[in-house]
Ligand binder design. Structure first.
Ligand code: FAD
Length: 423
């Protein structure tokens, strides 16, 4: 096991963050900003951490966190804003568009932003490295034995952000509820003809959902769900066969021009930790919950965890509250948003993304209702943007503030690609 030695600076509470993925990095930056001394460990070295070929759809709640951590100027050049989201059911060709004004904001925000993993991770690691209150230990094996106790005692707080297989969660004896889907998600970057660079798509197909996320400069990230067997065969097979299959899966009017990188397939599952903390250990991000990538909710949910950690960690850092208060309160504040997001994703998948013909009329009616009712679109879109329930974002995380100061989509104004990006 790794021996972690923290500097002893009086007055600052000390935290160990296990996992420097997108959740762990932001959790460490948030705690350091809230007045903590933080040590971050990850099994992977820097290059392995940044080299994931993936892009994420980020929501208003994630952008609000960037703003509060003053990361927006550094991240803005790597974000591409989209103003419309099209939901389409392939059977019967029903579709509906969500527009930014369905969010009922004061100013015209985009609906969301697409961010590529590599530049975003590089920026976050750079900030970790530059922060005098953070010690970063990459390539370090951290392996408490299953059921072992005591290893966490030297810290005021341990944040387990070590992903869905969380060793820390297992070591603390905390189980996970959930199930696996007989689906894999294929991710690949492509060039398409017939798409609007300010519009994202979620297409409900019989074999699973297919998302098209515009990334600027003419490229699009495809997140394509299919059966595990087909997913494995497609990514291992001939590139030509893959291209033909993808071209066939795209919505009418959208044509595949080029495949830009090697497709990868990930098995998908839903899981929820049976407790969100145990002793002085808090489970954050995918160590606490994971879901189907339908609707791009996973990372945004992880980062709402971080927003709450930041808000509560700030009170502890200022000496207004003890760490025990943070540990007790965190689970209560995060339970509803977490469960509602997991259930909504699973429900949508079961209702829309399957080949049961009997559900076709229901799907058609749901899309038609959405198409004609602005308030209904707003009702669906707002939880996706800000989370579920009144406590999804901490008090003081101002929705409206994520909606000001912007360039227009597609512009390169101020060095930004895409945007609008809050300042
Ligand atoms: C195909 C696909 C597409 C997706 N698309 C979207 C999207 O569009 N939008 C969205 O919001 N979300 C999306 N997600 C979900 C998103 O990828 C995850 O929610 C996010 O990556 C979780 O981050 P994390 O930091 O919690 O976990 P991870 O990224 O898994 O990071 C965990 C880290 O912990 C480290 N670690 C593990 N064990 C140890 C140990 N014992 N000691 C030290 N370090 C350890 C690992 O090396 C890793 O770096 C998608 C997921 C998939 C599978």
């Amino acid at each position: 096991m790794l021996l972690v030695v923290a500097e002893t600076i009086p007055c600052r509470p000390q935290a160990l963050v296990v996992g420097a993925g997108l959740t762990g990095c932001l959790a460490a930056l948030a705690l350091a900003r809230a007045g903590w001394l933080v040590v971050v460990v990850d099994l992977l070295k820097r290059e392995a951490l940044v080299s994931r070929q993936r892009a994420y759809a980020l929501s208003q709640s994630s952008l609000a966190l960037f703003q509060h951590l003053e990361l927006t100027p550094a991240l803005a050049p790597h974000l591409w804003g989209f103003e419309r989201l099209t939901l389409r059911a392939n059977q019967g060709s029903a579709q509906t568009h969500f527009h930014w004004n369905d969010l009922s904001g004061d100013a015209p925000p985009p609906i969301g932003w697409i961010a590529e993993h590599r530049p975003m991770m590089s920026v976050l690691l750079h900030h970790l490295e530059q922060n005098p209150h953070i010690t970063l230990q990459l390539g370090s094996s951290f392996s408490p034995a299953r059921g072992s106790h005591g290893w966490q005692q030297g810290w005021d707080l341990v944040v387990a952000a070590d992903g869905h297989r969380s060793l820390v969660r297992q070591a603390m004896g905390v189980g996970c509820w959930g199930w696996t889907y007989d689906q894999s998600c294929i991710t690949v970057h492509v060039r398409l003809r017939g798409v609007d660079p300010t519009m994202a798509w979620e297409v409900f197909r019989g074999e699973g959902p297919l998302a098209l996320l515009p990334m600027g400069k003419g490229s699009t990230q495809v997140v394509w769900s299919t059966s595990r067997a087909r997913g494995a065969a497609l990514v291992a097979g001939e590139p030509q066969v893959f291209s033909q299959a993808l071209a066939h899966a795209l919505p009418p009017g959208v044509e595949l021009m080029t495949v830009l990188n090697r497709p990868q397939a990930f098995p998908v599952a839903l899981g929820l930790a049976q407790r969100l903390h145990q002793g002085n250990v808090l489970f954050l991000g995918e160590a606490a919950h994971y879901c189907h990538p339908l609707g791009g909710q996973g990372l945004n949910l992880c980062w709402r965890d971080v927003s709450h950690l930041y808000a509560m960690g700030d009170k502890v850092g200022k000496g207004e509250r003890p760490v025990t208060w943070l540990l007790r309160t965190y689970g209560r504040r995060r339970a509803f948003d977490t469960m509602a997001t997991l259930l909504a994703t699973d429900g949508l998948l079961r209702l829309f993304a399957n080949s049961w013909g009997l559900l076709n009329p229901l799907r058609w009616m749901a899309l038609k209702l959405l198409r004609h009712s602005g308030p209904l679109r707003s009702l669906v879109l707002r939880p996706m943007a800000y989370g579920w329930g009144p406590f999804a974002m901490p008090q003081g995380f101002n929705h409206g503030s994520a909606n000001s100061g912007r360039a227009h989509p597609g512009s390169d104004a101020g060095g930004q690609r895409g945007a609008p990006v809050p300042r």
